[in-house]
Design a protein around this ligand. Structure first.
Ligand SMILES: *Cc1c(COP(=O)(O)O)cnc(C)c1O
Length: 411
């Protein structure tokens, strides 16, 4: 019965062009990996600064495993808390201009832990329609009332708040900073203004912008010049109510997630977020790698890596557009970012997106096709990402492959 159910469900997915399989990529870290005995150029990694290959980051992980062992052995609240956890939390808080930060086992766990800790029955969540699945799952787990506003549209959010805010105790506005599948930005100045006006808390999931955007790589708030709001403890109450979530798994080249904010917020989450309480503390290797990567991302080297990343992103996006590919969803209100490392090559129909991805792979370029439910129906795309580790020649190679594959799709 169980097997029959699974076989049937898989056949159904297959029939709708939605069945997914795992592709294994081998070889040493970097933009070129091995697939089926050949080298392929990877345009699908979130290791935006290329730090997972950096000798200091790898050495930090190896050293920590040798010195401290492979696993923390228990949760933070029992026997698993080590000095390096607080060290990383302090470094993350300083990076985000916040007073404190809490580590989680992953970004996914940060969202499904923090959101239900902060809001519950009788509270309201206003959620962008393109928010990451981990935010959506956090909202569902919270059992608060959820209202979805139009993507990156302050007018739509204002409409929801004006109509509904009064009927609820607390209100949490939650949004990606840099959107994971569209590569555009939330209009944070406007969202922060509305949060202030309607007495709501603002939570920004900066998984993709941490280490990537802003002068010091602090993320989307810094990009918009809102970094001063981040401390959460400003005397005039400004900045209170800001929840900054991020992950260690993308530009910070490790794994784990975090929430940065005021000291009371962090201490509250250590007491109430179930994915913090009931999950084993991050391992020594992962924690040390993240700390080493964070230091590199912030130092002068970080600025150089961000400039290289941005130059690659601008060149790839402009080249794709010149070939006739659409790199923005029609009618979207998201804030455009020319140097966004995430470039959606919007195809629309699922089987066409899969065909284009397969053709590119034959030509030595891996760019994953993203289909529903990861993106809304009718917006299947290749999610192209670029990193600071790509060379100018790599970008040229990618554009040549996209040019040759152009006739595979009607745009
Ligand atoms: C990747 C991602 C997460 C999850 O982070 P992990 O550390 O990979 O679990 C959360 N939110 C957004 C927007 C993401 O892109």
């Amino acid at each position: 019965m169980l097997e029959e159910f699974c076989v049937q469900a898989l056949a159904d997915l297959e029939g709708r062009g939605l069945r997914r399989g795992l592709l294994t990529l081998g070889g040493p870290p970097g933009p070129w990996l091995e697939h089926g005995g050949r080298r392929v150029l990877v345009l699908g990694s979130n290791d935006y600064l290329g730090l997972s290959a950096h000798p200091e980051v790898r050495e930090a992980a190896a050293w920590a495993a040798r010195e401290w062992g492979s696993g923390a052995g228990a949760s933070r609240l029992t026997a698993g808390n080590r000095p390096w956890h607080a060290e990383l939390e302090e470094a993350l808080a300083a990076h985000k201009g916040a007073a404190d930060a809490v580590l989680f086992g992953s970004g996914y766990l940060a969202n499904v832990g923090a959101i239900p800790a902060l809001v519950g029955p009788g509270d309201l969540i206003c959620s962008d329609e393109l928010n990451h699945a981990s935010i959506i799952d956090g909202c569902r787990l919270s059992r608060a009332e959820v209202r979805v506003f139009r993507h990156a549209d302050p007018a739509s959010l204002e409409h929801v708040l004006a109509a509904e805010r009064g009927g609820f105790r607390h209100c949490l506005i939650v949004t990606d900073g840099l959107f994971s599948m569209d590569g555009d930005l939330a209009p944070l100045p406007q969202l922060a203004g509305l949060a202030g006006r309607f007495g709501a808390w603002l939570m920004v999931d900066d998984a993709h912008a941490t280490g990537v955007l802003g002068e010091t790589g602090a993320g989307t708030l810094e990009h918009f010049g809102l970094a001063g709001r981040a401390s959460g403890e400003a005397a005039d109450g400004r900045g209170a109510g800001l929840v900054q979530m991020g992950t260690l798994s993308k530009a910070l080249a490790a794994e784990g997630g975090f929430v940065a904010g005021s000291r009371p917020l962090a201490e509250f989450l250590r007491n109430r977020a179930r994915s913090f309480i009931f999950s084993t503390a991050p391992s020594p290797a992962v924690t040390a790698a993240a700390l080493a990567a964070l230091r590199l991302a912030q130092a002068g080297a970080g600025g150089d890596l961000r400039r290289r990343l941005q130059a690659n992103a601008v060149r790839l996006r402009e080249g794709l557009a010149a070939l006739g590919y659409r790199c923005r969803l029609p009618g979207t209100t998201g804030v455009e970012l020319a140097g966004s490392p995430i470039i959606p090559v919007v195809i629309g129909e699922e089987t066409q997106a899969v065909r284009l991805a397969a053709d590119l792979l034959c030509r030595g370029v891996y760019a994953p096709a993203i289909r529903p439910p990861s993106v809304p129906p009718g917006t299947a795309r290749l999610r192209v990402t670029v990193t600071a580790a790509h060379t100018g020649d790599d970008v040229g190679f990618a554009l040549a492959a996209f040019a040759a594959a152009r006739e595979e799709v009607d745009l």
